[in-house]
Design a protein around this ligand. Structure first.
Ligand code: SF4
Length: 484
């Protein structure tokens, strides 16, 4: 009677193995190598195991073979399934490209009653009504927004302070709702406001049309009011009152807040987080300053370097994990985006974490004067005289002419981190993104020289902090819960 063939006979022949594409980095002097496959799954190997892997000196049953196989680092020469699985996962991760331009930012006025020294938009004083968007420009902008292929669009109102032109916001929302019903394209709305002008009228309109509010909160009163001066010196008091009113009248999840880190914030991350907890917000986005607008003119942007910001970020993140360990769910929002990148193959909507870059394809910005830009930062550069990311004017543009404009096609085609110098070999590439506007603004080149790039240093720093925390099982469980 014929017996069963031994298990060894089914093992793949080591000679038939081949390596799949991966990037790697030696981790300081730990004797370890961090490896990421094509879709960003991380594995840590010892130097010796890494050496064996690259020589394909592995065989079934030795442990390393199984790890490398599970992490899509090796495959059998005749085997297609590993490559097909990687292709499928990559396609899913990049499927944001099928939802072109879901975000449309309407700058309804450049006027503002605040005078924040880090303001990125080169605001104008309140009495300059020539800096308001006209109804004609708004309607043309809506035409373009509804031409985009996305089945669901988000219209975000920005300024200056958009509530200074609230009548136009109402006109746009009512008209967009009509077009939404007629076209079947869903439309969501957000007003990014400092909330100083929030009143019953604004709130009831937001309630009726299900409009989300997004505001700025930099921390405790003295810090916030120092960062965000306004007549009366009461920006904090008005923002907090506005958040509380919006929470009670629109719902706790219908208002969110963002903070910006200034030099004065660096030693106060605990107090800043406590402020968000006190207001029962469900998370905080620890954001550095951006090199645009008044932040450059006032030289605020140069007051601290990436290293100091990373120390601030790490302290904040440790504190937030502690809060979660104590039983209160609370997220750091940038980390939660990165967790989604690392642990799922869902496409990510956040325009700064995409390659090709999210400019134009992720968001279009309609300025008050009808000029259209590839991003909010592109608009800020234009206010300072640099029109590199200007795509056209609503009076003559269509959605198609904007996304196929030379300025956008050139910037996007150069933005692929998958083939950019330094990025193409970087172990963090799958989770990073391309920021051509930042690199153009800081280095005069959209690709950028990554060893000199603050963006790159910050991305590497944040991801290596997170990977370190993921080593601890308790922290890993908390961080994984932050995935939407
Ligand atoms: S920008 Fe820096 S961290 Fe991001 S992929 Fe490029 S080299 Fe890596």
């Amino acid at each position: 009677m014929a017996g069963f063939r031994s298990a060894e006979e089914f093992w793949p022949n080591p000679k038939d193995l081949s390596l799949l594409p991966f990037n790697f980095e030696r981790v300081g002097s730990t004797g370890q190598v961090l490896i990421s496959n094509m879709v960003g799954d991380f594995v840590r190997l010892s130097d010796q195991d890494f050496d064996r892997l690259t020589r394909l000196d592995v065989k079934s049953g030795d442990g390393l073979y199984e790890r490398a196989y599970a992490a899509h680092l090796i495959t059998g020469a005749t085997q297609k399934s590993q490559k097909q699985l990687l292709a499928l996962r990559l396609r899913s991760r990049m499927s944001f490209l099928r939802q072109a331009t879901p975000l449309h930012i309407f700058v309804v006025t450049l006027r503002c009653e605040h005078s924040c020294p880090y303001c990125q938009v080169s605001r104008q004083s309140t009495d300059r009504s020539r800096f308001d968007m006209s109804e004609q420009t708004a309607m043309r902008s809506l035409d373009i927004a509804f031409q985009s292929q996305s089945k669901r669009i988000k219209i975000e109102f920005q300024g200056g302070e958009p509530l200074l032109n609230f009548d136009l916001i109402k006109t746009i929302v009512v008209e967009a709702k009509k077009r939404s019903s007629a076209s079947g394209k869903l439309a969501d709305f957000v007003i990014a406001s400092n909330l100083a002008l929030l009143d019953d009228h604004v709130l009831s309109f937001c309630k009726e049309y299900d409009i989300l509010l997004s505001t700025s909160l930099d921390g405790p009163a003295d810090l916030h009011n120092k960062n965000r001066p306004r007549p009366g010196g009461n920006s904090y008091e008005l923002a907090v009152a506005g958040i509380r009113r919006a929470q009670s009248e629109l719902g706790p999840d219908r208002v969110g807040a963002l903070m910006t880190t200034t030099e004065a914030s660096l030693e106060r991350v605990d107090e800043i987080i406590d402020e968000y907890l006190r207001l029962e917000l469900d998370g905080i986005f620890l954001r550095p300053l951006s090199p645009f607008g008044f932040a450059v003119k006032t030289k605020l942007y140069q007051r601290y370097d990436t290293e100091k910001w990373l120390a601030f970020f790490e302290r904040g993140l440790r504190r937030i994990l502690e809060i979660n360990r104590g039983g209160r769910p609370f997220r750091e929002l940038y980390s939660s985006l990165l967790m989604q990148r690392m642990f799922t193959d869902k496409p990510i909507g956040y325009v700064d974490l995409r390659s090709p870059a999210g400019i134009g394809l992720g968001a279009l910005v309609y300025n008050y004067d009808g000029n259209v830009y590839a991003s909010d930062e592109g608009r800020m550069l234009a206010e300072a005289g640099d029109k590199t990311f200007a795509l056209g004017h609503v009076s003559e543009a269509s959605y198609r002419s904007l996304v196929l404009s030379d300025n956008l096609v050139n910037a996007v085609s150069e933005s692929l981190s998958q083939c950019a110098p330094q990025c193409s070999n970087c172990v963090y590439e799958s989770h990073c993104g391309a920021d051509p506007v930042y690199h153009h603004a800081t280095q005069g080149d959209p690709v950028g020289i990554k060893p000199l790039s603050g963006f790159c240093a910050r991305q590497k720093g944040v991801m290596s902090i997170l990977l370190g925390m993921l080593e601890n099982p308790e922290d890993r469980a908390i961080l994984r819960r932050w995935i939407n």
